[in-house]
Design a protein around this ligand. Structure first.
Ligand SMILES: Cc1cc2nc3c(=O)[nH]c(=O)nc-3n(C[C@H](O)[C@H](O)[C@H](O)COP(=O)(O)OP(=O)(O)OC[C@H]3O[C@@H](n4cnc5c(N)ncnc54)[C@H](O)[C@@H]3O)c2cc1C
Length: 485
């Protein structure tokens, strides 16, 4: 097992700490890598590697043809593989399909690169103004959102036949990882926050709610939590009762993200007090200007500046009988199905993206900052902060990819997603905290995005189910069924 034997040099390095050369700031990419990038950009000048590449229409075909250089890379890679296959018995096993292939297809890699470039060049520059003003400036947003839409980067979580990205769950998580490199307010406004349960729209609802939301013309909020019902969502007290051809809504929701600006609300209400989660909870689509509905107040938060969280009140609020989303009594199930992918992508994948950004910052700083006459990255205690972060990010990334793959195979990934919700949110907090430590006083200052990331990361242990609730679910399932991987 030659590949597993570490060279003497490697062992010495592991014992004595990293060599100086490995602590230098990230090197410029090699000429060959630069050329590959140029080739890619030349072929795909707008970075249009997403929907255009996926659609079997003329534009998609033209764009696919234009990236001939990537096909050439693919051919080269195949040649290298088959050479390796002949030499290496282990690779022959892979060829027969007995081993898992973790490689990312070229088309997906292009898409992810496009999103990363877009986030770095178009979105991250807006972060400071959002933090300072607590709003996403309308003029800059109009330009950036239009660019994202033109590239097919809006509502990427939704199926292609309703105008979304048409991505697999694995692809969607890879994209969300890149989104995680910027703030939630900007992700919402530039790339869209389209709740997957909108796929339950039927009849007129499709044109009135689903399509305009996917297109970016309407903003939607999802209202489940109440002052008296948080973790125990089935204990809500907001009610809906039928009166002739109308539902009458009464109750209060709070902490509702975008509740202050949403064009309409997906509201969870009780339609049968005895049945509750077992057929007594229904989802409704409530327009913003409906009499009886009002935004009672906005609720200032520790982080996530740039979008609001609101208390919403419903007092004898009358909506049409046809405003039910999905089936009467089917609301709890629909919410639970939808939040699975939201948790995986918005918490799991985004946590990996934010943590990677923090790790890149601390790695660079450790290779540049000198104290006591040497680079701080040569101090073993600083190395530990970096090593622990890299290790944890890798672990969570693999968990996210594994669960996403399960979902793509139609498998039940609920337990895994609960584990990921806990592991990702807690990893994210620890990594950003370590990054602040590596930067010292600079890490605590508002000159760097780390203090924002620190505040923003905190809530991921609370919303979409607290760490305690998800641990409870994992424990119950593991005690009952054992660990099902
Ligand atoms: C920034 C932000 C945005 C949000 N956005 C939305 C939104 O858009 N829509 C929406 O509907 N909601 C939203 N929420 C609400 C969020 O989902 C809830 O805050 C969350 O579910 C927790 O509920 P709670 O705050 O009532 O806490 P509680 O349920 O009161 O929990 C308090 C504490 O008790 C613990 N606890 C509760 N039950 C158990 C148990 N069985 N075992 C062990 N410990 C337990 C919890 O883990 C927690 O530590 C948002 C919240 C925030 C902060």
């Amino acid at each position: 097992m030659v590949a597993l034997t570490r060279s003497r040099e490697d062992l010495a390095r592991a014992g004595a700490g990293l060599s100086r050369s490995r602590l230098r700031p990230p090197a410029q990419p090699s000429r060959r890598v630069q050329e590959r990038g140029e080739c890619r950009r030349r072929a795909d000048p707008h970075g249009c590697a997403s929907r255009a590449l996926r659609r079997p229409d003329a534009r998609g075909a033209a764009c696919a043809a234009a990236i001939g250089c990537t096909d050439a890379r693919g051919a080269r890679r195949d040649r290298v593989r088959s050479r390796g296959d002949r030499r290496d018995g282990c690779r022959q096993v892979r060829r027969s399909g007995a081993m898992i292939d973790f490689s990312i297809p070229e088309e997906t890699r292009l898409l992810v690169d496009t999103v990363r470039r877009f986030v770095e060049t178009e979105v991250q520059p807006l972060e400071d103004v959002v933090e300072q003003t607590a709003t996403v400036p309308a003029d800059a947003l109009a330009v950036t959102k239009a660019k994202a839409q033109k590239l097919g980067l809006y509502a990427m979580n939704m199926p292609a036949d309703v105008g979304g990205g048409g991505l697999s769950c694995v692809e969607h998580c890879l994209v969300e990882e890149e989104f995680g490199r910027t703030s939630d307010a900007l992700i919402r406004r530039v790339f869209g926050q389209v709740y997957p349960m909108l796929m339950a729209c039927k009849g007129d609802q499709v044109e009135r709610y689903l399509k305009p939301t996917v297109k970016g013309d309407k903003i939607c909020a999802m209202a489940i939590t109440e002052p008296g019902a948080g973790s125990d969502a089935a204990s809500i007290s907001t009610t809906a009762h039928l009166d002739g051809d109308e539902w009458v809504l009464n109750g209060t929701k709070h902490f509702i993200s975008d509740g202050d600006i949403a064009d309409y609300i997906i509201l969870m209400a009780l339609t049968d007090k005895d049945k509750r989660a077992r057929g007594g909870i229904t989802l409704f689509l409530v327009d913003r200007d409906t009499p009886g509905f009002k935004v009672a107040r906005t609720q200032p938060m520790m982080g996530h500046r740039g979008y609001g969280h609101a208390e919403l009140s419903f007092e004898d609020c009358r909506i049409p009988k046809a405003a039910v989303l999905g089936e009467v009594g089917g609301g709890f199930k629909l919410i639970m199905q939808s939040v699975l992918q939201i948790r995986l992508a918005h918490i799991g994948a985004r946590a990996v993206g934010m943590a990677q950004r923090a790790l890149e910052m601390m790695r660079k700083h450790a290779g540049e900052r000198r104290q006591f006459g040497q680079l701080i990255g040569e101090f073993q205690m600083v190395q530990k902060l970096i090593a622990d972060s890299a290790t944890e990010i890798f672990g969570v990334k693999m968990m996210v990819m594994n669960a996403a793959w399960d979902i793509d195979q139609g498998k039940d990934a609920r337990d895994k997603v609960s584990m990921i919700k806990v592991a990702a949110s807690e990893m994210q907090g620890r990594v950003v905290d370590r990054a602040i430590q590596v930067f010292g006083g600079m890490g605590f200052s508002k000159d760097l995005p780390l203090e924002r990331m620190y505040r923003d990361a905190r809530v991921t242990r609370i919303y979409d189910g607290t760490s305690e609730i998800h641990r409870m679910l994992v424990a119950r399932s593991t005690i009952k069924n054992g660990l099902q991987l």
